[in-house]
Design a binder for this molecule. Structure first.
Ligand SMILES: *Cc1c(COP(=O)(O)O)cnc(C)c1O
Length: 424
């Protein structure tokens, strides 16, 4: 009765794993399909358990900037495995990776390695609170910072009130220290900073939002956040879990020339292994235990195999800064193809693209914040997703996720993808 091995595995997985998946978006619910179970991936391609191969633009949601199973990264991992999987003691690799991160982002004078982006952000916020002696955090509607309690929030019902839980299981008391501002809306930030003067520990922002689809910061928005956090004695945290090493080797802070107080990293920094990081100036980071009073720890933090993958990945990116220009060109060609398909079909489409990140929104209004993003036609997105998949192209199964281009995508594959898009 199951037509494919993926269908069979999904049906069986549903009995043992909630929704059959270990992270919700993998379930393909938003596009009304059953997920493909993956057998292997190499370069720009991903192959499912039924032997179907696709050009992959999910790239594991960001880590895969070099493409899948890059030979140098795989070799580094294999070598590291042979020396033992974990020690719970410091290694040379942790220091090397910290040096590489500092080279890429000089504002990160000291860094702590952790195991997921969620953990990086949660820890950075604790440090920001410990450093400033303040409790409140400002985040932006539609920005995602992992699934820690205090960040799974939506705006309160009245203006300027603290946030309320956006997930069952989060006590209301856990979100009372979170305030929600609107992306690209300076006035919404100014009002909160003034209303809660002297109480805001930090503003946290995705410098390019990539979890409501890709939404670019408007001119001067990030510089404004720098100025207002300075003016009110709050810290500015850039959540660069996606943008770090992707917009450029130096991430969004280099790209836009705006320097945050703290930075969170994930995805690319682990080279495909579970690793993430948070850091900032030595003065701020020395608040962390065992030097300072802010406790944060991890049995597998700075894992020797994960750091081997991260170092190998960052070294390649550092040695090939020209990759970033090429990535941008490839992403632009894809963006143009969406625009052409819109013109041809008369279907409204907005493409937001920066570096190797892009999103096509099926709407006639510019997408500049959460409300305009959710105004897009998700039914049309589901159709687009099915069309792409049926023509050998694997894209995000949700309107509100980015399309990721990797170094491994060849010009021919980009052209092939453009043809599929233009046929939409
Ligand atoms: C993916 C992501 C996170 C969470 O990282 P996980 O490793 O999934 O916990 C946090 N912030 C941003 C901006 C992300 O894109």
């Amino acid at each position: 009765m199951d037509t494919t091995r993926s269908d069979y595995l999904f049906r069986e997985s549903l009995k043992r794993i909630p929704g059959g998946v270990n992270s919700p978006v993998r379930a393909f619910k938003a596009v009304g399909r059953t997920p493909l179970f993956i057998q292997s991936a190499k370069g720009s391609h991903i192959t499912d358990v039924d032997g179907n191969t696709f050009i992959d633009y999910v790239c594991s949601w960001g880590p895969g900037i070099l493409g899948h199973a890059h030979p140098e990264v795989v070799e580094a991992v294999q070598k590291a495995c042979a020396d033992g999987l974990t020690y719970g003691a410091p290694t040379e690799r942790e220091w090397k990776l910290a040096e590489l991160i500092h080279e890429a982002m000089p504002s990160v004078e000291k860094v702590r390695l952790v195991s997921s982006g969620t953990e990086a952000v949660m820890s950075a916020i604790r440090v920001a609170r410990g450093y400033t002696g303040r409790d409140l955090i400002v985040k932006f509607k539609g920005n995602y910072h992992g699934h820690s309690d205090g960040l799974l929030v939506k705006a309160g019902s009245a203006a300027l009130t603290t946030a309320v839980p956006d997930s069952s299981g989060v006590p209301a008391s856990y979100t009372q220290n979170t305030l929600v501002a609107l992306y690209n809306d300076k006035e919404s930030v100014r009002e909160l900073m003034e209303a809660y003067k002297g109480q805001v520990a930090a503003i946290i922002v995705e410098p390019v939002a990539a979890n409501m689809g890709v939404v670019l910061p408007e001119d001067g928005f990030l510089a404004f956040l720098r100025e207002i956090t300075d003016a009110y004695g709050s810290l500015l945290i850039f959540d660069e879990v996606i943008t770090g090493f992707r917009l450029g080797f130096g991430g969004a802070q280099e790209y836009f020339g705006v320097t945050p107080d703290m930075t969170t990293l994930g995805k690319i920094v682990g080279g495909g292994m579970p690793m993430a990081a948070y850091g900032g100036s030595a003065e701020i980071m020395d608040k962390v235990s065992p030097v300072g009073p802010v406790y944060q720890a991890g049995t597998l933090s700075g894992n020797p195999v994960a750091t081997a993958a991260g170092i190998a990945t960052l070294k390649i990116l550092k040695a090939h800064k020209e990759y970033y220009e090429k990535l941008e060109q490839k992403a632009r060609r894809l963006a143009d193809a969406f625009a052409k398909s819109g013109e041809k079909s008369g279907r409204p489409v907005q493409v937001n693209q920066i570096g190797s990140l892009l999103s096509a929104f099926f709407t006639d209004k510019a997408v500049r914040d959460y409300d305009s993003a959710v105004g897009a036609d998700t039914g049309m997105y589901a159709k687009y997703f099915g069309w792409m998949l049926d023509h050998g192209v694997y894209v995000a199964p949700s309107q509100f996720e980015a399309m990721f281009v990797s170094v491994a995508h060849t010009d021919e594959e980009i052209e092939e993808t453009c043809q599929v898009i233009r046929g939409l």
